[in-house]
Write a protein that binds this ligand. Structure first.
Ligand SMILES: CC(C)(COP(=O)(O)OP(=O)(O)OC[C@H]1O[C@@H](n2cnc3c(N)ncnc32)[C@H](O)[C@@H]1OP(=O)(O)O)[C@@H](O)C(=O)NCCC(=O)NCCS
Length: 197
């Protein structure tokens, strides 16, 4: 599985591979304490950001289960990198994948994350042929939960006190959507509004 169709263009965004030159842009959000808990590779200084970037630059293919494809999300208008979205192939037989995303808070609440994750779903279902894409977030992460519900994902589980995070009980929500549900939802969105009762 490869993503030869990159970069992907949406209405306002470009989703592309990460490049070494993205260091300053990712430092702008990877170094923020409120963002660090969502990162696969926590970065506390420029050296650690560079290591995280090297990792994301290498995440370009989904060859086998366990692989991750990480996409840099940039605005079309000024090519500014505003966040990242990734697909991790978790199970080959059942066609399962996990979506993850992190955006620079400076650019939040403008629909950019929703637009990027929508493109990641199109890539996952149409290009890679996944059957189900799931996502996890903390129970208090209202922004992420709203985003997932807004995209038509179903809340499938609420794990109560399933782990300790920084000395406190953690609660985790699991959302998911099937390929046919995504296609059905996409079709519904394409029906002209004046035809919808
Ligand atoms: C979650 C996150 C991606 C949202 O980014 P964003 O660019 O604001 O997302 P959007 O603008 O597309 O908004 C998505 C929904 O979240 C809501 N939202 C955004 N910020 C919010 C906040 N601080 N509080 C409550 N809701 C919020 C929006 O109103 C929108 O819901 P609506 O369509 O019902 O109005 C961003 O906050 C983030 O990067 N968080 C850290 C990473 C993370 O939580 N990852 C999840 C684990 S995979």
């Amino acid at each position: 599985m490869s993503a030869s169709d990159l970069p992907i263009e949406t209405e306002r965004l470009i989703l592309r591979h990460f490049e070494k030159s993205d260091l300053d842009s990712i430092m702008a959000y990877h170094l923020l304490p409120e963002v660090q808990r969502y990162l696969d590779r926590k970065a506390r200084d420029k050296t650690e950001c560079k290591a995280a970037l090297d990792g994301m630059c290498a995440q370009r293919r989904l060859h086998r289960p366990g692989d991750t494809l990480t996409l840099a999300v940039a605005r079309k208008s000024d090519e500014l990198l505003i966040g990242q979205a990734s697909l991790r192939w978790t199970d080959a037989t059942a066609g399962q994948a996990e979506v993850r995303f992190v955006f620079n808070p400076t650019f939040c609440r403008q629909g950019y994350a929703t637009e990027a994750v929508r493109a990641a779903f199109d890539l996952g279902f149409d290009h890679f042929g996944f059957h189900r894409i799931f996502a996890r977030c903390g129970a208090k992460n209202h922004a992420s939960a709203r985003l997932m519900k807004g995209l038509g994902m179903r809340l499938e589980a609420h794990y109560r006190e399933h782990a300790l995070f920084q000395g406190e009980w953690d609660e985790e929500l699991h959302f998911a959507i099937l390929d046919r549900e995504w296609r059905r939802g996409t079709k519904v969105k394409e029906i002209p509004t004046h035809l919808v009762a």
